[in-house]
Design a protein around this ligand. Sequence first.
Ligand SMILES: [Fe+2]
Ligand SMILES: [Fe+2]
Length: 452
Amino acid sequence: MDPKTSTVTTEAAPASTLIRGRLLVTDLEVLTVTPTSAVISWVTHATKYGLAIPEPIAAGTEVMIGKVGGPMQLVHDDPTPRVYHVVEISGLEPGCTYRFRASSDGQLAAAALRPTKTAGCCERTRQFTTLTLPKGRYLSTIAVVNDIHIGEHRQGIVLGALPTSVLPHADQADYPRIMAAAALDELTSRHQHPLLIANGDITYDNAPEQNIVARELLDGYGRQNHDWVATRGNHDHPRRDDDPFGEYFAGYQQTQTVTEASGLRVLAMDSTRGSGGGWITPDQYEQIMTELIHEPERPTLACTHHPVTTDAAWSSASGPQFMLRGRDRLRLQLIERQAPGVFLHLAGHTHRMRRNRADLGDTNAHYLENAACAAYPGGFTLVHLFEGGYLVNFWRLSDPEALRWIYRSRWQSLGIGAHLMLGSTADRNHRVDVDLSGLIPSGRPVPAELVC
Ligand SMILES: [Fe+2]
Ligand SMILES: [Fe+2]
């Protein structure tokens, strides 16, 4: 195979020109790895002083790549000055380890975030291994996007006058809509419009106008519970006197069930209680049990806005009080163990990408926290289903306006948030072997990156 590359074509941020000695080529990320492609990104900016967001500096983009043990070749050399460097390399071989060299104007891109500096990680070794396809026929693809936060005005934890949250530039004031619209566009134009799970925190505080905007965006994508399903997040919690989310999307503590063309069951639950933590009410347990007892073996993708593992609860910077109640976390996992068709449980809320360790050792279900759409890391996840398992791939938005906001929102929470949210390359991209042979091919074309 001959590697080919592509990149976004528009400048990602207003930028200064290069001044030697000030240029940092940094935030190297091996973002997406599929069986035949990889997306490598980094940014160029001035040396950061104090708490300010560093000044973007535009520079060229170069990538070399080669199989480990073989020669490297220059596959991308673009002198166009850019701040946000995103290079997608396609035409790779599945299950093959590559080494790479990413640079701007000859200066090597360096890792800066904690998960990109751990021993053995892709950014530190400057190596990655392409995924391999699960066994059996391709069945379908499901997309998940969460933490859209329509109506939000600044991103990150707000602590009084402290600069812990990031204010958008004037032309980014509507960043939640910019990001959500870009995600829906890219899912349609590039990824053939999969069934979409919008997994909570759809709005900022459940105001009617926020629900109207969110509903318009999703209606543009297709029909509710056919093309998309929306769960409630803590930000969408009912207000004192009304519940616009209940009117526009789904009632409080109501479980929704959607059947995808492959026969996959999507079980979309409401885990919300108030402004932070969550619970499941007895009535909703009845709904969940009724659905799962009906066909416990049927391949099922479960989702709640809140993560449901102790691992997630105790590893989150916000602490376990921000999570689903302990007894509900365990009860949901027990229910999912009794319905062995439940093979994956998706969550949002923590705005991070992280595979969880299940509390129960002998369960079929895997647990995954998906990063936010509204801000850094800024994207969506695709779950590609095969008869013998599934692939997970996180895709950052490639829209230039979205990249400008991702550059800025990377500095939320005094720059600490990004270290906690990105996850490892394997958190964002992995294969799980599980028997999904109870499903049928949906008729969707096989995504290009899965054609080996
Ligand atoms: Fe959120
Ligand atoms: Fe949340």
